[in-house]
Each structure stands twice: as C-alpha cells, then as structure tokens.
Design a protein around this ligand. Structure first.
Ligand code: PBG
Length: 328
C-alpha cells in the first residue's frame, strides 16, 4: 500500500523569508506607533524610572530632544504626561497655563509644528496630592460631576498650548461630552478626542505610578476603572464615548485585553488605539535583563499581536526603537 501524503501543505508559504513577507496579514509601520513621554517640573537632569529601565522623566530640554528623535524615526505621534513640582487637592497644575504639561506642549508644538500628532493625557492623578483621577467628596469618594468641570478646563488649557488631540483617561461618566462642549465653546473645534474609552482597573499600571508619581494615597481606582472580568461593559463604554463625540477610542492595557481590542474593532467605525502599558513594558525588560527571553523578538511579537487583534494605533514605550528597526 502506498503512503498517503498530504496534498494541502500550508508550509509551502512559510518556506522563505520572502514568501512569509508576501503573505503576512499584519504589518507594523512606524506611523502606527505613539510614544508616551513624561516631563517633570523643576528638574535639571532627566530622571531614570527604576521600574521602567530605558524610560525617563524628562526635563523640558530632554523632552524636546526625545520628541525630535521619535519624529525623525517616523513615529506617528507623541502623548505627553506632566509631573508638577507641587500637587494639591484639585490638581491645580493640570490646567495652569504655566503648568509643566502646558509648557511641554508649547515647546513641542513650536519645535515640531504639524510634523507629528501631539496628544496630551487629560487626567488629574498626576496633579492631585491624593493621587486619584478626580476631585474628592468630603468622604473621600471621587465626585464625578465636579471632576468633569476640571477636565473641561484642562482640555481648554491643553488646546491653548497647541495640542492636536486630548486623551481623557480618568473614566468619569460623561467626560467626553463635557470636554467636547468645552473645546467647542472655547473655539477649539479642531482639537480631537482620543478617549480612553475602555480602561481596566489594572495592576499593569504599577510602574507608571512611579513614572508619574501618582499612586493613590488611599484606596484604588476600582470605583471608576473597569473590572477585568467584564467584556460587554467595554462595548457599552466605547459606544457611549462615540455618542459623546470621541474621534478615536482606546483600549487599555493591551496584551491582556486582546479579545476586547478585537470586539471593539468589530463594533466601532473610528480608529482604535491600544495602550501597551508600563507593566507590559516592565515585564519584558525585566525578563530580558535576566537573559530569560529574546527581548527584540518579544517586543515585535507583542506589537504584532496587538495590531492583529485590531488596533490601528499602538501606544508603546518602545515606539522610537521599533520605528527605527522597522526602517532599517
Ligand atoms: C491616568 C493614566 C494612567 C496611565 C495612563 N494614564 C494611570 C492609571 O490609570 O493609574 C497608565 C499608563 C501605563 O501604565 O503605562 N492619568
């Protein structure tokens, strides 16, 4: 009896790098990537972040240089986070025209003009002494509607400083509508909103809280960020933000929520972003530093997976490095 050999052989298309390249269903391009940047008030040298090796809190000067390098590498956009020297209960630094994030935005907008997309995280946690994303009631709960007024004011301050896109990340109900209205009334109808529509209460933000010095001083963010157990709720959040006027929706974190990225991508008709957060970065860097994983391959595999799941845009701390390697 003659042996039965398979007639259908998927391996034919995997034989050479050129064949694999031709049939690749997902491609990474530098312009899909957004680089998060931290700028801190009152420092004269960039400060390393222990839990995010390779990432720093920038001075205004080093911020300009890092932004320039990213844009030169072809990165699609930058998202800026400010760390004020002084924090208070209402997060006054967030909408102060002379606050650090506004200064950083003015610097970058002067330096880069329309050659990149300038995004600003819009939240209060980096600016409040208690570390929560909003204004607190006397009993210590986050007051949704009082917080919306603060967000509206921050949006206008960021717009005045030259931002292209504001990215509200506080998960308050109605935040996109409040910000859209405020921007339009102040004459900033062209400023777009990238809503952190789907944001889970995640332990993967741990290293970011070192970077932005914003760990909550009591409690956690579970009363406003989403429960990792829920998926339907994400669709509801994304659709609400679209109704309120969001121009993009974001899912965050990325790697542990690829199912959500796919469902959101299949549901909405605006660009979908996913944020590869600080803990995702730290896990890879830590294992790579031990020599336990192949760092470069893991970075490309994670980013490709996030794109394959349906994200059009990926926020990643590796943006400049990856953009350079894609162009090499
Ligand atoms: C809130 C904000 C956070 C991150 C982005 N925007 C922190 C939080 O919600 O606790 C996390 C980003 C990261 O972990 O890389 N302003």
């Amino acid at each position: 009896m003659t042996a039965q050999f398979p007639v259908v052989r998927p391996r034919r298309l995997r034989r050479t790098p050129a064949l694999r390249r031709m049939v690749a269903e997902t491609r990474l391009h530098p312009s899909d990537l957004v680089l998060p940047l931290f700028v801190k008030e009152g420092i004269t040298e960039p400060q390393p972040i222990a839990s995010m090796p390779g990432v720093v809190q920038h001075t205004r000067d080093s911020l300009r240089k890092a932004a320039h390098d990213a844009v030169e590498a072809g990165v699609g956009g930058l998202i800026l986070f400010g760390i004020p020297a002084v924090k208070d209960g209402r997060g006054s630094g967030a909408d102060d025209p002379a606050g650090i994030v506004q200064k950083g935005l003015r610097d970058l907008s002067a330096e880069l003009g329309d050659s990149t997309v300038l995004i600003a995280d819009l939240c209060l946690d980096e600016y409040t002494d208690h570390g929560h994303c909003g204004i607190l009631t006397p009993s210590g709960e986050v007051d949704n509607d009082a917080t919306l007024e603060r967000y509206a004011s921050i949006a206008v301050a960021q717009a005045a400083a030259g931002v292209d896109v504001v990215a509200p990340s506080g998960m308050m109900d109605g935040q996109v509508a409040a910000i859209r209205t405020a921007l339009d009334q102040a004459g900033y109808g062209n400023v777009a909103i990238m809503a952190y529509a789907v944001k889970y209460a995640s332990a993967f933000y741990g290293p970011f809280r070192d970077a932005a010095e914003c760990a909550p001083q009591f409690g956690d963010r579970s009363a406003y960020q989403q429960d990792p157990a829920n998926a339907e709720e994400s669709i509801r959040e994304a659709l609400l933000d679209l109704d309120e006027g969001a121009d993009f929706v974001m899912v965050k974190p990325a790697l542990t929520y690829l199912d959500i990225v796919r469902r959101v991508r299949d549901t909405v008709h605006v660009p979908v972003a996913a944020y590869q957060v600080s803990g995702e970065y730290a896990m890879v860097e830590a294992a790579a530093a031990q020599g336990w994983i192949d760092r470069d391959r893991i970075i490309m595999e994670t980013l490709t997976s996030v794109r394959r799941a349906g994200a059009d845009i990926v926020l990643t701390y590796w943006a400049t490095e990856v953009a350079r390697s894609l162009r090499a």
